[in-house]
Design a protein around this ligand. Structure first.
Ligand code: AMP
Length: 367
C-alpha cells in the first residue's frame, strides 16, 4: 500500500487492534468504575481509539479532547504546539489521557505540563500503542494496549502526512533493503580505512568498537576508564561491556539504511549476541568479509600507524603480538561461525587502497 512517496505493509489486523483497545478499557475500568473519570483524547491520532475505547468502557465517564502537534513526516520535529486547549473545570476530577501512540515521550512531556496547575484529583496516562524501547520520558505510562517496536506506523487514526488515518488496520513502513556487513581481519588489516570508503559508497553507518572505546577514553567516561585497562595491554574488553555498547550504537542509529561493523564481533559470544539482537529488529548480517594480510606486513603497518595516531597499543611490538594472539584465539573461530551460515567471504588485503575497495565492492554487489 502506498501513501504519498512511501510503501507500507500490513502490521496489525482489526481484531488485534480491538484486543489491545479492550485491554486498556478493562484495566482502566478495574481502577475507575466506581467514579466518573474524564477521558481526554489527544487529537488527531487518537480519535478512532477514543471511539472504540468508549464503546468498550461501559461505565460512567466524560470525554473531551485536546490537540497538540509534534509530527511532520516520519520523525518528530520536536516542536509541540497547543491547538485545542485543556477543558475547564478539572478541579478534583480524575483525568485520564488517551493517546494513540507514545514513542519518545516528548509530546507527553508537554501534555503533562498543561495539566500541572489544574488541581486534578488524579492524572493518568493511557496509550493504545507504546514504543517502550524509545520512551525516555519521566512519567509513568499507566495503561497501554500493546508494546510495539520502533517502527513508523499508520492507520487506525495514525497518519503519514495526513494520509492513512481512515485505515481499519495498522500498517508499518516497508523497510528498504538493508545491507549489514562485518569487516573481519586482524588489527591493521585495513578495516577502518576501507569502511570509510564503503560507508560513502553504500550509504551505511560505520560502527568501529575500537573508535567508540577510544572516544570514551578521551572523554573520561566510566566505560572509557574500564576499557582502557584492557586496551592498553592489547587484551579484549569483556564481552558483556562490548555487546551492550554495540547495541547502544545500533539503537542510536535506528534510521540507518545498513551498518558496517568494524572490530565487532571479535568472539563467538559477540557474534551470537549480534545475531540475536539484530533478529529482534528484523535485521541480519548479510556478509562477513575478511581482509587477508600476513602478520609481518601488519606489524609494519601498525608500527607506522602508531607513529602518527599516538595509539599506545600500536607502538609496542609486544602489545601488537598480544593483539594477534587474542585474534587467533578468540576471533579467528568466527570464520567457521560465518562459514556455517554461508556468509563468509575474503579478499586480498594487500595492495593499493582503491584496489582493495574494488575487491570488497565486487563481493558486496554480488550479494
Ligand atoms: P581496534 O581499534 O578495533 O583495533 O580495537 C582496539 C582495542 O579495543 C582492542 O585491542 C580491544 O582492546 C578493544 N576492542 C575493540 N573492539 C572490541 C571487541 N569487539 N571486543 C573486545 N574488545 C574490543
Amino acid at each position: 500500500m502506498r501513501l504519498h512517496d512511501k510503501s507500507f505493509v500490513p502490521y496489525l489486523s482489526e481484531a488485534e487492534i480491538m484486543t489491545a483497545v479492550k485491554q486498556v478499557a478493562n484495566a482502566i475500568a478495574q481502577d475507575y468504575k466506581n467514579e466518573t473519570p474524564i477521558f481526554i483524547g489527544v487529537l488527531n491520532g487518537a480519535f478512532m481509539f477514543v471511539a472504540d475505547f468508549l464503546k468498550a468502557y461501559q461505565h460512567p465517564c466524560e470525554v473531551s479532547f485536546i490537540k497538540l502537534s509534534s509530527y511532520q513526516g516520519l520523525t518528530s520535529t520536536g516542536i509541540v504546539e497547543t491547538l485545542l486547549d485543556v477543558p475547564e473545570n478539572l478541579d478534583g476530577r480524575s483525568v485520564i489521557i488517551l493517546e494513540d501512540i507514545i514513542d519518545t515521550g516528548r509530546t507527553l512531556q508537554k501534555l503533562v505540563h498543561l495539566f500541572a496547575d489544574k488541581n486534578v484529583k488524579e492524572f493518568k496516562i493511557a496509550t493504545l500503542f507504546y514504543k517502550s524501547s524509545v520512551y525516555n520520558g519521566e512519567y509513568k505510562v499507566d495503561y497501554f494496549g500493546m508494546e510495539i517496536p520502533d517502527r513508523f506506523i499508520v492507520g487506525y487514526g495514525l497518519d503519514y502526512n495526513e494520509l492513512g488515518r481512515n485505515l481499519k488496520e495498522v500498517y508499518q513502513l516497508k523497510q528498504p533493503h538493508m545491507i549489514n556487513l562485518v569487516l573481519f581481519g586482524k588489527p591493521g588489516a585495513g578495516k577502518g580505512t576501507q569502511a570509510e570508503f564503503l560507508k560513502e559508497k553504500y550509504n551505511l553507518k560505520h560502527i568501529s568498537t575500537g573508535d567508540v572505546f577510544r572516544y570514551n577514553i578521551k572523554n573520561n567516561t566510566a566505560l572509557g576508564t574500564l576499557a582502557k585497562s584492557y586496551i592498553d595491554k592489547g587484551d579484549l574488553v569483556p564481552d558483556e561491556v562490548t555487546i551492550k555498547m554495540l547495541q547502544d550504537e545500533v539503537e542510536k542509529n535506528s534510521e540507518a539504511s545498513g551498518f558496517i561493523f568494524d572490530g565487532f564481533p571479535r568472539t563467538t559470544a559477540q557474534a551470537e549476541a549480534l545475531d540475536a539482537f539484530l533478529a529482534t529488529k528484523d535485521m541480519k548480517i548479510n556478509a562477513t568479509i575478511a581482509l587477508d594480510a600476513n602478520d609481518e606486513v601488519l606489524i609494519q603497518r601498525l608500527l607506522e600507524r602508531g607513529k602518527v595516531s599516538g595509539r599506545s597499543d600500536d607502538q609496542d611490538e609486544n602489545k601488537i603480538r598480544n593483539r594477534f594472539e587474542e585474534y587467533n584465539l578468540k576471533t579467528a573461530p568466527l570464520k567457521d561461525f560465518y562459514e556455517a551460515q554461508g556468509k563468509f567471504h575474503s579478499v586480498n588485503g594487500i595492495g593499493a587502497i582503491d584496489e582493495i575497495t574494488a575487491r570488497l565492492a565486487k563481493v558486496i554487489e554480488e550479494l
